[in-house]
Design a protein around this ligand. Structure first.
Ligand code: TPP
Ligand code: MG
Length: 666
């Protein structure tokens, strides 16, 4: 086979794996991986130094899939390059990072192929992505770290760190504010090791981008100080290669490659596209496979020669690069043993001997010291003995006192790679960049006024390994905002009452939290009227006679669950009550007598159920009550399996209620 034919065979394997996986999961985005397969292929196969045998080799090029919804693209690459797994102790394992079986189980419980790529869950995934724009901003942190690492460790004749950072993004990422902050910062810092690839397919979920996005992205980036280049057709491997060469030759600023592509059918049916973000369907898959010259009925097929081709391309090239690097490191260690030891510790996220030897202790003093004052002193004492600690502030270092003031600490800027970073007033990008720096194993901090932590929230929660799409803490944090009403209706009629309440509001902001999945519409001749929502919480179903022994409370989608549990309890002769609780705030506004009528003090056997953080429910269950809620971010799988895994089913609620009754009033 000619080289060009092999290239196409590999590209089409990436495409068909993505199509098949999304189809099997019956969920996900096949179109973007299909359209971007040639881009990822060219980059990985011809340019990136990433040794599949050692995906944590410190000088590897980084690849960030900022459009995390196209996760199958990354999983296909990790599989076809036969990337190996690494465990949390940084031991390289022989087993595959992503097996064909994982791909077949895309989006299923325990598969390495979660809906969105997750750092530490799947080796070779450099950062968790999914919330659009985050990956781009994280990549800026990676480039900052790369610049700092080079400045700190490289010596004449020993270029320990010279890797590049690539991030692949779509229209959504480019629309997000965080990407604008990050691009502005990267341009200012002249991060020439950074390359963003923009999939300019002019489509998002609601339709053509002309609905909402008409700026000239190229001009914007030129304004930021970036180098901008274009590839007119995502299928043109030669033009793609040329663009990557342009990036590599650019040494004074970051590069944006704008790639025009067509989602879904690639070059097959230009201008047409399937329903965005949905599986193609069996018929279209066959049609498409036929076009690729694929056996129409084959599924998850990796044709002969494909693994080999990757092994001879990215595999062989990167192995050579890594081995040369390791030889160099051995020589470096002889000449610069101190620095080599620093690097060894840093790579394992360990601390150097004596890191805490200068930390101050403070004598009793009624006058005392501000926390920031003490922190500034501690940080300076710490940083002196922890050479790979860097950080900065979103323009508030004079107030947060995070500046490193000792001799040699230096500043980080376009022409210097010292330890004091200046993020400017860009909190969101700062926090995302901090993730990127941490992922590069460089210890770092950022700072600002506490109230602006909200501007940092998405990257704070994405952090290193949080699944990205589960709103776990959001109810609790919204409920904590003064003056805000949070409404989470439990069936369609509660939705009606919620809108009725909102329509009547004059001054209160409201957050209405609705479900994706169907909720059973309750029979209101059997249960209390949905108008109870106007009191925040109400008795939806009660024990015969109205004096319950146990109270089940829930909001939103969990109301149906507790009603089902309640029916089982009643059938077994247990006097249970269901309280639907769409709004804590509104309930708190009711008079004492009403509150007592809904949640009688005497009834201490209580179970609260909410598919979110348990935080705060103690106020209604009491310390001894049961809370069926989430203690972790969750997992990627079909809803039913998640409900079973995390205990959101009537049997578990019945068991919790019985356990409550069994403990009596103790
Ligand atoms: C912050 C954020 N908002 C919304 C979404 C939901 N979402 C996932 S994909 C998508 C459309 C993205 O369009 P684009 O970036 O152009 O990608 P394409 O569909 O072209 O692959 C949206 C809105 C998200 N993942 N993150
Ligand atoms: Mg798009």
């Amino acid at each position: 086979m000619t080289e060009a034919k092999l290239d196409l065979l590999c590209v089409n394997t990436i495409r068909t794996l993505s199509m098949d996986a999304v189809q099997a999961a019956n969920s996900g985005h096949p179109g973007t991986p299909m359209a971007l397969a040639p881009v990822a292929y060219t980059l990985w196969q011809k340019f990136m130094d990433f040794d599949p045998a050692d995906p944590i080799w410190p000088n590897r090029d980084r690849f960030v899939l900022s459009c995390g919804h196209a996760s199958m693209l990354l999983y296909s690459m990790l599989h076809l390059t036969q990337t190996r797994a690494v465990n949390p102790k940084y031991e390289r394992l022989g087993s595959p990072s992503v097996s064909l079986d994982d791909i077949k189980k895309f989006r299923q419980l325990d598969s390495r192929c979660a809906g969105h790529p997750e750092y530490r869950w799947t080796s070779g995934v450099e950062t968790t992505t999914g919330p659009l724009g985050q990956g781009l901003a994280t990549s800026v942190g990676m480039a900052i770290a790369r610049r700092w690492l080079g400045g700190h460790f490289n010596k004449p004749g020993y270029t320990l760190f010279d890797y590049d950072v690539y991030a692949l993004a779509g229209d959504g990422c480019l629309m997000e504010g965080v990407a604008a902050e990050a691009a502005s910062l990267a341009g200012h810092l002249k991060l020439s090791e950074l390359c963003w690839i923009y999939d300019n397919n002019k489509i998002t979920i609601e339709g053509e981008t002309e609905l909402s996005f008409s700026e000239d992205v190229a001009t914007r980036f030129i304004g930021y100080g970036w180098n901008v280049t274009r590839v007119g057709d995502a299928n043109d491997l030669e033009m793609l290669a040329r663009a990557f060469r342009t990036f590599q030759a650019t040494t004074d600023r970051p590069t944006l490659i704008i790639v025009d592509s067509h989602i879904g059918y690639g070059s097959l049916k230009e201008g047409t596209h399937q329903v965005h973000g949905a599986p193609l369907g069996e018929a279209d898959i066959k049609h498409t496979k036929k076009f690729y010259g694929w056996p129409e009925d084959a599924k998850f097929l990796v044709p002969e020669g494909v693994y080999d081709h990757f092994a001879q391309g990215i595999g062989a090239r990167s192995k050579k690069a890594r081995e040369a690097w390791e030889t160099m490191l051995a020589a470096y260690a002889k000449e610069f043993p101190g620095l080599a030891e620093e690097n060894r510790l840093m790579q394992k996220r360990e601390l150097p001997v004596g890191w805490d030897k200068d930390l101050p202790t403070y004598k009793a003093d009624p006058k005392g010291l501000a926390g920031r004052q003490a922190s500034g002193e501690v940080l300076n004492a710490l940083a002196k003995n922890l050479p790979w600690l860097i950080g900065g502030s979103a323009d508030l270092a004079p107030s947060t006192l995070t500046r490193l003031t000792f001799e040699g600490a230096g500043d980080f800027g376009p022409h210097e790679a010292g330890r004091n970073l200046h993020y400017g007033i860009r909190e969101h990008a700062m926090a995302a960049a901090m993730n990127g720096i941490a992922l590069s194993k460089v210890r770092n901090y950022g700072s600002g006024f506490f109230v602006f932590a909200d501007y940092c929230r998405p990257p704070i929660r994405v952090g290193e390994d949080g699944p990205t799409h589960q709103p776990i803490e959001h109810l609790a944090s919204l409920r904590a905002i003064p003056g805000l009403i949070v409404l989470r209706p439990g069936d369609a009629n509660e939705v009606v009452e919620a809108w009725r309440m909102i329509a009547g509001m004059r001054h209160h902001p409201v957050v209405l939290v609705l479900s994706r999945q169907a909720m059973p519409t309750l029979d209101r001749t059997k249960y209390a009227p949905a108008a109870g929502l106007h009191k925040g919480a109400y008795v939806l179903a009660d024990a015969p006679g109205g004096s319950p022994d146990v109270i089940l409370m829930a909001t939103g989608t969990e109301v149906g669950l507790v009603v089902a549990a309640h029916e089982q309890l009643v059938a077994s002769g247990i006097k249970s009550r269901v309280v639907s609780m769409p709004s804590w705030e509104v309930f708190e506004d009711q008079d004492e007598a009403y509150q007592e009528s809904v949640l009688p003090t005497a009834v201490t056997a209580r179970v609260a159920v909410e598919f979110a953080s348990s935080f705060g429910w103690e106020r209604y269950t009491g310390r001894r009550g049961a809370i069926v809620a989430m203690q972790s971010f969750g997992a990627s799988a079909p809803l039913k399996e998640l409900q079973t895994k995390f205990g959101f089913h009537p049997e578990n609620i019945v068991a919790a209620a019985k356990a409550q009754l069994a403990r009596g009033s103790k």
